[in-house]
Structure formats: C-alpha cells, structure tokens
Ligand binder design. Structure first.
Ligand SMILES: [Zn+2]
Length: 362
C-alpha cells in the first residue's frame, strides 16, 4: 500500500513538472532561440528594439468554445511575457485585429475586451506599446457601426494617423479602413493628418529648424509605415516566404479595400510618406514584397498572426532599427503539435520510469 502511494506521489510530481515545462518553460526555450540582428556601424545603445506582432484575435462573447478561448489566451499571454523577459524590447507594436469580435460588441462588452487585452498583454512602464486598429476591431469601412471607431481610439489610444518619433526613427501608424478613398469624416481627417506629417518631414529633411512636433525635437530619417492591411497587391502569389499562404489560397485574387489597400491609397501614402519599410498584418501569413512606387523603393513585411487559432506556428518579429538602417528577425512560437507531442512523450517517460522503479524495488 505504501509502495502504491509512493508511486502515485512520484507520478503526480513528474506530471506536474511535465505541465510546467509544456505550459511555461517551452515558450522560453523556443523564444530564446531567436535574437535581435546587429546593425553594422551602430552603437547598440542607439538601436531601437521593436517587437512587432499582429492579429491576436482575442475571442469575444459570441464565437468559439470557452476552452478554446482560455487555451489561446493562456498561450498568447505566456508567449508575450516570455518575449518581453527574454528580448527586452524598447517598444511593442500590435498591428490590428486585437479583438475577433470587436465590431459586434456593445460598449460594456468592448470595455471587458479592452481590460482583458491589457491583462494578457501587460507591458512594464519602461516599454511603450502602440496599437493600430484592424477591421475586426471596428468593422470594415462600409460596415462600421456608429461610434465603433471613436471608442477604439479613446480606449486604445490609437487615432487614425499617428506619428511617433523613437530614438530619431519616425513611425507613421495608420488606420487602413480610413483610406477607402471617399469623403467620409474619418477618411478626410486621416488624409489631412498624413498631409501635415508629410509637410513637416519634407521641411525637416532639408532644414533642421523644422524638425519638431508639439515641442519635441528630432533628426530627420525616412519613416516606417505601420498598418493592418497590406499595401496594394493583387494576391499573395508574390509571397515566397516559407510561411506564405498555402496553395491554392496564395493565388486567390484580393478584394481591394478588404484584403489590401487600393492602388490609389497606396500611391497616395507612398508619395506622401516615402517610407523606408512597411509592416502590416491581416493575411495571417508571412510575405515579403519589394515595392518600387513613384521612385520610392522599400520592402513591405506581412507579419503572420500571433494566435494559435489562426496558424499552427504563430510568429512575431524583432526589428533592430536605427535612423539609417534596420534588420528584421522573424521568430517562431512553439507549434501546437510540438507542445502536445512533448507532453505525451514526457508523461509516458515519467510513468514508465516510476513503474520500472517499482519493479526494481521488488
Ligand atoms: Zn484583419
């Protein structure tokens, strides 16, 4: 009897260690395998370390099973905190679709959503987090409910156009749905704001006395564009990354203004902002596109989804940025199949080892 209870205690202890590894430590083991790329000729202290993620799609009150919701949130929370602890970024960018059902929620449900988002993606005071809005947060341009855009802006501190300057690197963050190309208030305001940022940066490029906004002084550098949608492209057939959409989905023609920005909006933004790089989400897959638009040449990165609900191998990016250079490191999170297989093998090993101990004891 004593031998059986000893065996039970050992199995419970062993399985507890397996759970600890598979539900917590495995995120550290996988995340630590990725690192910031070094920028040549730039002192490490002057490099801005940006952690970029997209499409976490937190489930809301309408869709999904509670177990699915709980599991995905647990995974994203563990992964997010492990990334902060291991890589210590200066800034976090979340590229839209924070919520899966933001567009359908009433104010009370949306407040709960926001509170849950900040609980799962908590950042310490020395790390800034900036978010851009996605279509699942407020709805597509033509399906947006009254007040959805304003409440997101208010609670997430994310206006339709944001200009950030961090270590003399400029970031222009935009609401993709505000570039529909019509004369709605949101779209008119957004273009006015883009024009003003463009004027400031153009003047600053040639005369440093203009390099300031709201009393904050900076040096000129080419901006980086961040948004939820990809820039204009006809499909994902141009994507050749290993995490690009599978065939035949990759060749499916995009619905412009729904799957990607229109050509008009893309040309407008590129001619005004003249970005050195662009980052977006929305497709849930990886893609790297080389653009040459109106003599502006730059790379556009599609950031794969951060949620295990959207892909078996969620990803994030660590981007080292200086005013003259940047380097992108795309990092993977543990695959669901790896976690399950590891748990199965380790649990089996624990049980067999304890069993053998017992037989040896005989
Ligand atoms: Zn989206």
């Amino acid at each position: 009897m004593r031998r059986i209870s000893k065996k039970l205690i050992l199995i419970i202890l062993g399985l507890f260690c397996v759970a600890l590894y598979c539900e917590w430590l495995i995120y550290y083991v996988v995340i630590a395998q990725c690192s910031w790329l070094r920028l040549e000729k730039v002192d490490n202290q002057n490099v801005l370390k940006a952690f970029i993620l997209a499409d976490p799609h937190l489930l809301g009150p309408f869709r999904g099973h509670w177990l699915d919701k709980w599991r995905r949130e647990w995974q994203m929370h563990q992964a997010f905190q492990a990334i902060l602890n291991v890589h210590k970024p200066n800034v976090v960018f979340v590229l839209g679709d924070l919520f899966d059902e933001g567009e359908w929620t009433d104010n009370k449900q949306f407040n709960n959503y926001v509170e849950r988002f900040y609980r799962l993606f908590t950042v310490p005071k020395d790390i800034k987090m900036h978010v851009v809005v996605g279509n699942h947060d407020i709805g597509f341009h033509n399906r947006m409910r009254r007040g959805a855009h304003a409440r997101f802006n208010k609670l997430m501190n994310s206006s339709s156009v944001q200009h950030l300057t961090l270590k003399n690197n400029h970031f222009v963050l935009i609401n993709s749905m505000a570039f529909e190309g019509d004369s709605c208030n949101m779209c008119t305001e957004a273009r006015k704001h883009i024009s003003s940022i463009s004027d400031n940066l153009n003047k600053c490029e040639f005369d440093s006395q203009y390099c300031h906004t709201n009393g904050v002084y900076y040096n000129y550098s080419k901006p980086i564009l961040m948004q939820h949608f990809p820039l204009y492209r006809l499909s994902d057939s141009v994507c050749t990354e290993p995490d690009a959409p599978p065939l035949p989905e990759r060749n499916k023609r995009f619905r412009l203004k729904i799957d990607a920005l229109s050509r008009e909006a893309t040309d407008y933004l590129v001619s005004k902002i003249r970005p050195r790089a662009a980052f977006g989400g929305h497709t849930h897959h990886g893609c790297l596109v080389r653009h040459s638009i109106k003599t502006v040449e730059f790379l556009e990165y599609s950031v794969p989804s951060f949620s295990w609900r959207n892909r078996p191998d969620p990803k994030f990016m660590l981007v080292s940025i200086s005013p003259d250079d940047y380097a992108v490191s795309k990092c993977g999170l543990p695959k669901e199949s790896t976690i399950c297989l590891t748990a199965l093998i380790l649990s089996f090993t624990v049980i067999v080892c304890v069993w053998r101990m017992k037989t040896i004891g005989r």
